[in-house]
Write a protein that binds this ligand. Structure first.
Ligand code: ADP
Ligand code: MG
Length: 607
């Protein structure tokens, strides 16, 4: 092919690839324009995850009718005219590329009226070609509607993720801008339903309550700007909220940073936040934080990335130190009460016996009563558990329990444990049993969770109970996550005994719940499902969503510590455990039983 200059439209489509990667990028660019226009109220309306329609309306200053069409030309901007301007950019946009790029890969209608003009204008651009510009009556402000995104770039269309994924991204984006601009009233409507709104009160705390819910917000502390270490250091203000050590997440994606009103991703600053928690959180647990960082525009270069997702600081160490100091200052005095978790083996992040990581800190409380009854001698027991060599949980090759005849009426599944005889219950938590090779202590909760888990994985289902008029409301992000769960794991939820449906906004109606959970708070139960869906740490990452849900429900319905069991219940549980595929660990990999051999006992007693 001979060399030739690309047409405007083709050039714009290629450039669009950098700016408009997915529907959320369109939302981002349009929202940034509304904020640059001084809007106090912004509405984002999306259908089909943005593939069908994205409409962003604002009450900003609008565009003069004479300039309306020009806004769509490449490199047209009202925000910058000389290269020196770049050094002290105070607007989010400045490249003059977004509208041109978006319009080259979709059909865009813009209706705008400048505050100082009486008549507005409407511009329609399709695939980069202006179709018409005409006068239009409109309130002051701008409404931009983007339809049929990527209709003329099939390759890009094909690579779009599922609508639910796009919806999630858009939700994240809008809620983040709402955090960065608490004085602006944001409203997000997806598929005709309001998903999120902020009040525009100017108070970040109000936005965080909307986004995370009050329960989470209560576990956060305010981070306030610290005076600079020396007067000659440029001021770096760090304001926001950070979680107390009682609240943590399994990935660092919940550390949200803004620099001069821009959502940014910056590994080093994320690390600065983590550093502030260095001795306060267990390994592989991460804080939640929302930090608005403000510094003089000359100190930060925002022009290093087409979507401006990354920035470069003139003195990175100075910003790093400021973030770390501010968060640390907020946390000082916030260290967890020493020993508050003492003796609760479920709350240790890492099983002491070196098994799989369990990441259990997010589990709802009903599974484990916050104050467990103290069991005499428990301390020694714990020690024993910790010093046990993991090899003991692996079945030795000589052991062949299948040689033991199954009793009448027993299922044909092979035995994986010897026949055990229940002796009694200790501390309403452990079952003491006797077997051919000595004494067994069985954690009733862990063992029951294992039994239920395997049954559910094999396709059995739980008994269900209908509920009347029970609804549960989620914070916005969790609602989106839950919608995804409903959409992708419907069959599993059904087998587990749930029937739940969207009920408008972030509300869901619970029609049916597993019979074993009728007495639990549905809000807590559903939140646990969301947590399970979000948990992709360590081993959880290799489990499918369905498996993670099954695992979570098994743990929720299993006997709890503190529950007194009668002899039949104990014997029944043990018989089921004897036939589990992996009877020695619960679905999270923690031990279900402790074996003390006859020889060990003899040794301990000096016989
Ligand atoms: P940039 O934001 O980098 O200047 P854009 O392509 O996003 O480039 O927008 C081009 C121009 O259109 C802006 O500089 C601004 O003057 C105008 N504009 C776009 N959206 C709006 C809006 N919502 N309100 C007022 N003016 C807008
Ligand atoms: Mg812009």
């Amino acid at each position: 092919m001979p060399i030739r200059v690309l047409s405007e439209v083709v050039a714009a489509q290629i450039a669009a690839g950098e700016v408009v990667e997915r529907p959320a990028s369109v939302v981002k660019e349009l929202m940034e324009n509304t904020l640059d226009a001084g809007a106090t109220s912004v509405t984002v309306d999306v259908t089909q995850g943005g593939k069908r329609l994205i409409r962003v309306s604002d009450d900003g200053h609008g565009i003069p009718a004479a300039e309306a069409e020009l806004a769509f030309a490449r490199h047209s901007t009202s925000k910058l005219s000389t290269v020196e301007d770049l050094d002290h950019i105070r607007t989010l946009g400045f490249r003059g590329e977004a509208l041109a790029s978006i319009a080259s890969v979709s059909r865009v209608t813009m209706v705008t009226r400048h505050r100082d003009e009486t008549a507005g204008a409407e511009v329609l651009v399709e695939g980069g070609e202006v179709q018409h510009t005409r006068p239009a009556g409109a309130p002051a402000g701008t409404v931009i509607t983007v339809e049929n995104l990527f209709f003329n770039t099939p390759a890009r269309l094909k690579f779009l993720k599922a609508e639910s994924t796009e919806r999630k991204h858009i939700n994240t984006l809008v809620t983040r801008y709402a955090m960065a601009y608490p004085a602006v009233r944001f409203r997000l409507v997806q598929e005709g339903r309001e998903q999120f709104h902020s009040t525009g009160s100017g108070d970040l705390a109000d936005v965080l309550v909307e986004v995370f819910g009050l329960d989470v917000f209560r576990e956060m502390v305010e981070v306030s700007p610290q005076p600079p270490p020396r007067p000659d250091v440029p001021p770096v203000e760090v304001y926001g909220f950070a979680s107390t050590p009682a609240l943590s997440r399994s990935d660092r994606g919940h550390i949200v940073l803004f620099v001069n009103g821009r959502v940014i991703s910056d590994q080093s600053l994320t690390y600065a936040v983590m550093q502030a928690y260095r001795d306060l959180l267990p390994q592989r647990r991460y804080p939640l934080a929302v930090l608005l960082i403000t510094l003089p525009p000359e100190e930060v270069d925002v022009n290093v990335h087409p979507t401006k997702a990354e920035v470069r600081f003139r003195v990175p160490d100075m910003v790093f130190a400021a973030v770390q100091r501010a968060v640390r200052a907020a946390l000082s005095g916030q260290a967890p009460a020493e020993g508050s978790d003492f003796g609760d083996p479920y709350r240790t992040a890492e099983p002491a016996w070196g098994g799989r990581s369990s990441a259990r800190n997010d589990l709802p409380t009903p599974t484990y009563p916050a104050r467990r009854p103290v069991v005499p001698g428990e301390e020694q027991l714990r020690l024993e558990l910790e010093t046990l060599d993991p090899g003991r949980y692996v079945r030795s090759q000589e052991e062949d329990y299948s040689a033991i005849p199954a009793g009448p009426g027993q299922p044909a599944r092979p035995r994986t444990l010897p026949i055990l005889r229940v002796v009694g219950q200790v501390g309403a938590m452990y079952i003491v049993a006797e077997g051919p090779a000595g004494l067994y202590l069985i954690d009733q909760h862990a063992a029951h969770a294992r039994v239920i888990y395997e049954a559910l994985v094999e396709g059995e289902s739980l008994d269900r109970r209908a509920l009347q008029g029970v609804t549960v409301q989620f914070p916005s992000a969790a609602a989106v996550e839950f919608e995804t769960v409903l959409a992708t794991a419907g069959e599993t939820l059904d087998a587990l005994g749930f029937e739940i449906e969207p009920f408008g906004g972030a509300t869901f109606r619970v029609r049916v719940i597993p019979a074993l959970l009728v007495n639990e708070d549905p809000q807590v139960v559903l939140s646990a499902l969301v947590d399970a869906a979000q948990d992709e740490t360590g081993d959880s990452g290799v489990l499918s969503l369905n498996e993670r849900l099954i695992r979570q429900v098994s743990v929720l319905v299993a006997y709890k510590a503190g529950q007194t069991l009668d002899y039949d219940a104990m014997q029944g549980l043990i018989q089921q455990l004897e036939r589990c595929e992996s009877p020695r660990a619960d679905p999270y990999g923690r031990p279900t039983l402790l074996h003390i051999s006859g020889a060990d006992l003899a040794k301990q007693f000096g016989r």
